[in-house]
Write a protein that binds this ligand. Structure first.
Ligand code: GDG
Length: 497
């Protein structure tokens, strides 16, 4: 069983010769000015929540965009500070980006091009040359920071996500002895979907600077291999899942991400969580109601409108639940600078209004929409009080909400309804799996979940919890980093590079 301690012991022994450098667009701790003074917050991001406990266990340096209003005041001149605040387990190096850089690299190419390109959610990607140029320039700035932080030592560079498709190659050009690995947190699409990108070859060549490139599931690895096969001149070893391009080798392997099971399980069972549950019950008037819960960033890939339509259909089909059921939808606004996200927010708000209008009584409404960020502990109380957790993504690399819900159910109760189009669905056969596009079937699933006998809930939940306990976040990162550390880094300069 992987734990924080075994990970710490293993990595400090096996990674001894390396300096560990993680690169992630988002920082784990954001400092902001508030009326009460400078306060720090932990962003609601799956990637950050997965990586922070790992860095706390291993130590090292995390390089990220410093995005908080008080980030400069809380770091030294080089943008460095030790985190978590008060615990100081690893170094955070903040990189300052101009408004234009943030616009082109983050909002533009990362989130209006790569995000919709990689998710099949029927949102058309934008292809703006200016965004692409900024993306490339910011990747180069992060490469400078990696070289500075490595300071000449042998480094193991662990890159996160689609914000940095060009980074591994840029790092390898300057630090050929470094081992470089990257985890791509979102799906990789099929070659047909990817081939419309005007910069497809540059992106693929950039990613093949890695010694190890990892996705959540084998299916995404296969899509990547097929894409490379279609687009680049290279050799693919299909037995070993390895790409050889211009003398460099890149291993393509799945490592399903997860959560810190023990920590969530422990906190979810405390009297403090029970007290918070009581507060929430009072605040939302939940007495006598069966509770379905949704927790998502407000993103068009998460299938929130589909979920609301399914609740609407469920109440029409099962009027006996009118006045006895509620959907609590916690939805943190996200990327609101992008039009598609503002449109989604409007769509969700008007659907909530419509469903409530359709079914409300004098004293009751079926949907409570909570469009604000909750702190981690409060989120656990939401998970604990739900009879059903609804995860209806149209496409999702993994989905950590599903895993957090399961980890928090130390009472062995509650039912998970899970979209087949999440990476998590590959591990969670005991959830009720749905196609979120099929509104009627999702409505039926809600009914099946609400009428499931307690013994069946417990036996399904036991199996789900066993999966998350065993396949936890420490195993994810431990196996990935050990696999990377065993690799002999390859880097061959070629005239075309
Ligand atoms: C990407 C991939 C992959 C949500 N609301 C609040 C809050 N959250 C936290 C959840 C969870 C995280 O945000 C969301 O994680 P997901 O995995 O569901 O989704 P993405 O952000 O899209 O993450 C995804 C993940 O990367 C990891 O590889 O699973 O497929 O898209 O941890 O709890 N946290 C707090 N307050 C909220 O209101 N504190």
């Amino acid at each position: 069983m992987w734990t924080r301690d075994t990970l710490h012991a293993l990595l400090s022994e096996r990674l001894q010769e390396f300096r560990l450098i993680a690169v992630c667009n988002r920082e784990p701790y954001i400092h902001r000015h508030t009326p009460e003074g400078i306060r720090f917050a932990e962003p609601a991001s799956g990637v950050v929540r997965a990586l922070d406990p790992v860095m706390q266990a291993t130590g090292g340096t995390w390089i990220a965009h410093g995005s908080g209003t008080a980030d400069r005041e809380t770091a030294d001149e080089g943008g460095r500070l030790r985190v978590p605040p008060g615990k100081e387990r690893y170094l955070l190096r903040r990189l300052w980006l101009s408004k234009e850089e943030e616009e082109g690299y983050y909002y533009g190419f990362s989130n209006e091009t790569l995000w919709p390109l990689c998710h099949i959610a029927h949102q058309r990607p934008a292809f703006e040359e200016a965004h692409w140029n900024r993306y490339a320039a910011v990747n180069a700035r992060f490469a400078d920071a990696v070289v500075e932080e490595a300071g000449g030592d042998r480094a193991l560079v662990f890159i996160q996500d689609y914000h940095f498709a060009l980074l591994s190659k840029l790092v390898k050009e300057r630090m050929p002895r470094a081992v470089v690995c990257q985890f791509w947190h979102i799906p990789w699409p099929n070659p047909e979907a990817f081939r419309i990108c005007p910069w497809k070859s540059e992106l693929l060549e950039g990613l093949l600077g890695n010694d190890l490139l990892s996705f959540h599931i084998q299916h995404h690895c296969n899509n990547f291999l097929e894409t490379v096969d279609r687009e680049l001149e290279c050799r693919i070893d299909r037995e070993n899942f390895e790409v050889m391009a211009r003398g460099n080798h890149t291993l393509i392997r799945p490592h399903p991400i997860s959560v810190d099971f023990e920590a969530i399980d422990r906190e979810a069972g405390t009297p403090e969580t029970s007290r918070r549950m009581e507060d929430l019950r009072r605040r939302w008037g939940l007495d006598g109601l069966r509770v379905a819960l949704g927790v998502d960033r407000l993103d068009y890939t998460k299938g929130i409108p589909e979920r609301l339509r399914a609740v609407d259909r469920f109440l029409y089909r099962h009027p006996e639940f009118v006045g006895r059921f509620v959907l609590l939808q916690v939805g943190v606004p996200s990327r609101t600078h992008i039009r598609a996200y503002r449109q989604l927010q409007d769509e969700v708000e008007s659907l909530v209004e419509r469903v409530n209008w359709n079914h409300r009584t004098a004293t009751w409404e079926p949907v409570v929409f909570v469009p604000e960020q909750k702190d981690r502990s409060e989120l656990l109380a939401y998970y604990r009080l739900a009879d059903v957790c609804l995860v209806t993504s149209l496409h999702d690399g993994m989905n950590l909400v599903a895993k957090e819900f399961v980890a928090s159910r130390c009472d062995r109760a509650g039912v998970l309804i899970l979209s087949r189009f999440t990476g998590a669905a590959r591990e969670f056969a005991q959830a009720i799996l749905v196609n979120p596009y099929a509104v009627d079937a999702t409505a039926d699933a809600i009914h099946a979940a609400l009428t499931m006998p307690a013994e069946e809930q417990a036996s399904r939940m036991d199996r789900l919890r066993e999966t998350v306990r065993e396949q936890n976040v420490y195993k994810w990162v431990g196996k990935l980093l050990l696999q990377a550390a065993r690799l002999e880094p390859t880097w061959v300069e070629s005239p075309t590079r």
